[in-house]
Design a binder for this molecule. Structure first.
Ligand code: 13P
Ligand code: ZN
Length: 257
Protein backbone atom coordinates (compact mmCIF):
# COMPACT_ATOMS: atom_id res chain seq x y z
CA UNK A 1 0.00 0.00 0.00
CA UNK A 2 1.39 3.42 -0.98
CA UNK A 3 2.29 6.09 1.50
CA UNK A 4 -0.88 8.08 0.99
CA UNK A 5 -3.15 5.30 -0.23
CA UNK A 6 -4.75 5.32 3.15
CA UNK A 7 -5.29 9.06 3.13
CA UNK A 8 -8.85 8.69 1.89
CA UNK A 9 -9.50 6.21 4.64
CA UNK A 10 -8.22 8.71 7.18
CA UNK A 11 -10.38 11.37 5.56
CA UNK A 12 -13.46 9.19 5.44
CA UNK A 13 -13.21 8.12 9.01
CA UNK A 14 -12.33 11.59 10.09
CA UNK A 15 -10.91 12.12 13.49
CA UNK A 16 -12.74 12.17 16.75
CA UNK A 17 -13.66 15.35 18.54
CA UNK A 18 -10.93 16.77 20.71
CA UNK A 19 -10.77 15.43 24.19
CA UNK A 20 -12.54 17.81 26.49
CA UNK A 21 -9.59 18.54 28.67
CA UNK A 22 -10.70 20.17 31.87
CA UNK A 23 -7.37 21.74 32.66
CA UNK A 24 -4.14 22.67 30.97
CA UNK A 25 -3.21 24.96 28.15
CA UNK A 26 -4.83 24.18 24.78
CA UNK A 27 -2.50 22.85 22.10
CA UNK A 28 -2.85 26.08 20.10
CA UNK A 29 -1.66 28.03 23.16
CA UNK A 30 1.46 25.96 23.79
CA UNK A 31 4.59 28.00 23.25
CA UNK A 32 6.09 25.63 20.62
CA UNK A 33 2.81 25.67 18.66
CA UNK A 34 2.61 29.47 18.78
CA UNK A 35 6.20 29.68 17.52
CA UNK A 36 5.42 27.18 14.74
CA UNK A 37 2.36 29.18 13.68
CA UNK A 38 4.39 32.39 13.74
CA UNK A 39 7.02 30.77 11.52
CA UNK A 40 4.33 29.83 8.98
CA UNK A 41 3.09 33.44 9.02
CA UNK A 42 6.59 34.88 8.72
CA UNK A 43 7.45 32.58 5.82
CA UNK A 44 4.34 33.70 3.98
CA UNK A 45 5.19 37.37 4.62
CA UNK A 46 8.62 36.69 3.10
CA UNK A 47 6.89 35.51 -0.07
CA UNK A 48 8.17 31.95 0.31
CA UNK A 49 4.79 30.21 0.45
CA UNK A 50 2.55 30.96 -2.49
CA UNK A 51 -0.73 29.03 -2.35
CA UNK A 52 0.03 25.76 -0.52
CA UNK A 53 3.76 26.00 -1.25
CA UNK A 54 6.04 24.74 1.47
CA UNK A 55 5.54 22.77 4.67
CA UNK A 56 7.16 22.27 8.05
CA UNK A 57 7.62 19.70 10.78
CA UNK A 58 8.69 19.95 14.41
CA UNK A 59 9.76 16.91 16.44
CA UNK A 60 8.04 17.34 19.78
CA UNK A 61 10.11 17.25 22.97
CA UNK A 62 8.90 14.99 25.82
CA UNK A 63 7.64 18.08 27.70
CA UNK A 64 5.66 19.19 24.60
CA UNK A 65 3.99 15.79 24.45
CA UNK A 66 3.30 15.86 28.17
CA UNK A 67 1.55 19.23 27.99
CA UNK A 68 -0.48 18.35 24.87
CA UNK A 69 -1.50 14.74 25.40
CA UNK A 70 -4.60 15.64 27.41
CA UNK A 71 -5.94 17.22 24.23
CA UNK A 72 -5.16 14.31 21.90
CA UNK A 73 -8.14 12.65 20.17
CA UNK A 74 -9.84 9.87 22.11
CA UNK A 75 -9.95 7.99 18.83
CA UNK A 76 -6.91 8.83 16.71
CA UNK A 77 -7.00 8.19 12.95
CA UNK A 78 -6.14 4.71 11.70
CA UNK A 79 -2.46 3.89 11.21
CA UNK A 80 -1.00 4.73 7.78
CA UNK A 81 1.95 2.60 6.70
CA UNK A 82 5.23 4.28 5.75
CA UNK A 83 7.04 3.04 2.62
CA UNK A 84 9.74 1.59 4.86
CA UNK A 85 10.11 1.51 8.65
CA UNK A 86 11.88 4.46 10.28
CA UNK A 87 12.94 2.74 13.47
CA UNK A 88 14.96 5.73 14.68
CA UNK A 89 11.74 7.76 14.91
CA UNK A 90 9.71 5.06 16.67
CA UNK A 91 7.20 6.63 19.03
CA UNK A 92 8.13 10.21 18.08
CA UNK A 93 5.43 12.85 17.65
CA UNK A 94 5.60 15.64 15.08
CA UNK A 95 3.73 18.87 14.64
CA UNK A 96 3.25 19.08 10.86
CA UNK A 97 1.52 21.33 8.32
CA UNK A 98 -1.43 19.84 6.45
CA UNK A 99 -1.25 18.78 2.80
CA UNK A 100 -2.67 21.54 0.63
CA UNK A 101 -2.85 24.04 3.49
CA UNK A 102 -1.95 27.65 2.74
CA UNK A 103 0.68 29.02 5.11
CA UNK A 104 -1.18 32.33 5.27
CA UNK A 105 -4.16 30.51 6.76
CA UNK A 106 -2.34 28.62 9.50
CA UNK A 107 -2.67 31.36 12.12
CA UNK A 108 -6.38 31.81 11.32
CA UNK A 109 -7.19 28.21 12.19
CA UNK A 110 -4.23 26.20 13.49
CA UNK A 111 -6.27 23.10 14.33
CA UNK A 112 -7.37 22.80 10.67
CA UNK A 113 -4.07 23.67 8.99
CA UNK A 114 -1.60 21.83 11.20
CA UNK A 115 -1.74 18.67 13.27
CA UNK A 116 0.19 16.20 15.35
CA UNK A 117 1.13 12.77 14.04
CA UNK A 118 2.69 10.01 16.07
CA UNK A 119 4.78 7.13 14.79
CA UNK A 120 4.16 3.65 16.15
CA UNK A 121 6.70 1.86 18.30
CA UNK A 122 8.42 0.31 15.29
CA UNK A 123 8.44 3.51 13.21
CA UNK A 124 6.45 1.70 10.51
CA UNK A 125 3.31 3.83 10.41
CA UNK A 126 1.81 7.09 11.57
CA UNK A 127 -1.55 8.28 12.79
CA UNK A 128 -3.17 11.62 13.58
CA UNK A 129 -3.61 12.37 17.27
CA UNK A 130 -4.53 16.07 17.09
CA UNK A 131 -5.48 18.74 14.52
CA UNK A 132 -6.08 18.38 10.75
CA UNK A 133 -9.65 19.31 11.61
CA UNK A 134 -12.11 18.75 8.76
CA UNK A 135 -10.40 15.69 7.29
CA UNK A 136 -6.92 17.04 6.57
CA UNK A 137 -3.82 14.88 6.35
CA UNK A 138 -0.11 15.65 6.86
CA UNK A 139 1.92 17.28 4.08
CA UNK A 140 2.59 15.24 0.95
CA UNK A 141 6.27 15.79 1.72
CA UNK A 142 6.08 13.80 4.96
CA UNK A 143 8.62 11.23 3.60
CA UNK A 144 11.21 13.97 2.99
CA UNK A 145 10.55 15.47 6.40
CA UNK A 146 10.76 12.21 8.36
CA UNK A 147 13.81 10.93 6.50
CA UNK A 148 15.35 14.39 6.83
CA UNK A 149 14.83 14.29 10.60
CA UNK A 150 16.58 10.91 10.82
CA UNK A 151 19.49 12.12 8.75
CA UNK A 152 19.97 15.34 10.71
CA UNK A 153 19.54 13.61 14.09
CA UNK A 154 22.52 11.45 13.18
CA UNK A 155 24.54 14.64 12.68
CA UNK A 156 22.97 16.68 15.49
CA UNK A 157 21.04 15.03 18.32
CA UNK A 158 19.36 18.38 19.07
CA UNK A 159 17.71 18.72 15.65
CA UNK A 160 13.95 19.29 15.89
CA UNK A 161 12.84 21.16 12.79
CA UNK A 162 12.65 20.53 9.06
CA UNK A 163 11.24 23.34 6.96
CA UNK A 164 10.49 23.48 3.24
CA UNK A 165 9.72 26.69 1.34
CA UNK A 166 9.74 28.20 -2.15
CA UNK A 167 11.97 31.30 -1.93
CA UNK A 168 12.03 33.24 -5.20
CA UNK A 169 15.72 34.10 -5.48
CA UNK A 170 17.03 30.66 -4.63
CA UNK A 171 14.67 29.06 -7.16
CA UNK A 172 15.72 31.63 -9.78
CA UNK A 173 19.37 30.90 -9.03
CA UNK A 174 18.80 27.22 -9.87
CA UNK A 175 17.65 28.34 -13.35
CA UNK A 176 20.90 30.17 -14.14
CA UNK A 177 23.59 28.58 -11.97
CA UNK A 178 25.51 25.37 -12.34
CA UNK A 179 23.72 22.79 -10.14
CA UNK A 180 26.87 21.77 -8.38
CA UNK A 181 26.71 21.94 -4.57
CA UNK A 182 30.27 23.24 -4.15
CA UNK A 183 29.95 25.96 -6.81
CA UNK A 184 26.44 26.93 -5.65
CA UNK A 185 27.73 27.30 -2.09
CA UNK A 186 30.75 29.35 -3.17
CA UNK A 187 28.51 31.77 -5.07
CA UNK A 188 26.30 32.24 -1.99
CA UNK A 189 29.37 32.78 0.19
CA UNK A 190 30.75 35.34 -2.29
CA UNK A 191 27.46 37.22 -2.52
CA UNK A 192 27.04 37.66 1.21
CA UNK A 193 29.96 37.35 3.56
CA UNK A 194 27.57 36.52 6.43
CA UNK A 195 26.71 33.27 4.66
CA UNK A 196 30.12 31.77 5.43
CA UNK A 197 29.38 32.14 9.14
CA UNK A 198 25.73 31.06 8.99
CA UNK A 199 26.25 28.27 6.47
CA UNK A 200 29.79 26.98 7.05
CA UNK A 201 28.70 23.55 5.79
CA UNK A 202 27.25 25.17 2.66
CA UNK A 203 24.18 24.04 0.77
CA UNK A 204 23.65 20.86 -1.19
CA UNK A 205 21.75 20.96 -4.47
CA UNK A 206 19.51 18.26 -5.94
CA UNK A 207 18.49 18.32 -9.61
CA UNK A 208 14.76 18.62 -10.33
CA UNK A 209 12.67 15.54 -9.70
CA UNK A 210 9.11 14.70 -8.81
CA UNK A 211 8.25 15.91 -5.32
CA UNK A 212 6.08 14.19 -2.72
CA UNK A 213 7.76 10.85 -3.30
CA UNK A 214 9.77 8.54 -1.12
CA UNK A 215 12.65 8.74 -3.66
CA UNK A 216 13.13 12.48 -3.23
CA UNK A 217 12.95 11.91 0.53
CA UNK A 218 15.80 9.40 0.35
CA UNK A 219 17.92 11.79 -1.73
CA UNK A 220 17.15 14.78 0.48
CA UNK A 221 18.08 12.78 3.57
CA UNK A 222 21.35 11.79 1.92
CA UNK A 223 22.17 15.45 1.19
CA UNK A 224 21.22 16.42 4.76
CA UNK A 225 24.10 14.26 6.01
CA UNK A 226 26.59 16.96 5.02
CA UNK A 227 24.58 20.20 5.00
CA UNK A 228 21.69 21.78 6.87
CA UNK A 229 20.28 23.29 3.68
CA UNK A 230 19.24 21.29 0.61
CA UNK A 231 18.12 23.15 -2.51
CA UNK A 232 15.64 21.42 -4.80
CA UNK A 233 16.37 22.86 -8.24
CA UNK A 234 13.40 24.61 -9.88
CA UNK A 235 11.28 24.00 -6.79
CA UNK A 236 12.52 25.30 -3.42
CA UNK A 237 14.64 24.62 -0.41
CA UNK A 238 14.78 22.47 2.73
CA UNK A 239 16.45 23.56 5.94
CA UNK A 240 16.68 22.08 9.39
CA UNK A 241 17.74 23.09 12.85
CA UNK A 242 17.54 22.61 16.57
CA UNK A 243 14.93 25.37 16.72
CA UNK A 244 12.36 26.97 14.46
CA UNK A 245 14.50 30.11 14.39
CA UNK A 246 17.56 28.12 13.29
CA UNK A 247 15.81 26.50 10.32
CA UNK A 248 14.05 29.73 9.32
CA UNK A 249 17.27 31.75 9.64
CA UNK A 250 19.20 29.43 7.34
CA UNK A 251 16.66 29.96 4.57
CA UNK A 252 16.63 33.72 5.24
CA UNK A 253 20.41 33.90 4.88
CA UNK A 254 20.66 31.77 1.75
CA UNK A 255 17.75 33.60 0.13
CA UNK A 256 19.21 37.02 0.90
CA UNK A 257 22.56 36.00 -0.61
P1 13P B 1 1.86 20.15 0.62
O1 13P B 1 0.71 21.10 0.44
O2 13P B 1 1.45 18.73 0.48
O3 13P B 1 2.60 20.42 1.91
O4 13P B 1 2.89 20.42 -0.57
C1 13P B 1 3.42 21.69 -0.77
C2 13P B 1 4.75 21.65 -1.44
O5 13P B 1 5.48 22.61 -1.37
C3 13P B 1 5.15 20.45 -2.19
O6 13P B 1 6.51 20.43 -2.45
ZN1 ZN C 1 7.42 22.51 -2.39
Amino acid sequence: MGFFDSAQEVLDKGVSAAKGAVSGVAVEQQSFVKQFVRMCDDGWRQGWHERNGGNASYRMAPEDVQSCKGFFYDTPSSWVALPSPLLNLAGEKFLVTAAGSHMRNVSLDPAANIGIVELDDTGSSWRIVWGFKGGGVPTSELPSHLMGHISRLAADAENRVVMHSHPTNLIAMTCVHELDSREFTRTLWRMNNECIMVLPDGVNVLPWQLCGTSDIGVETAREFKTARVVVWAHHGVYACGASLDDAFGLIESAEKA
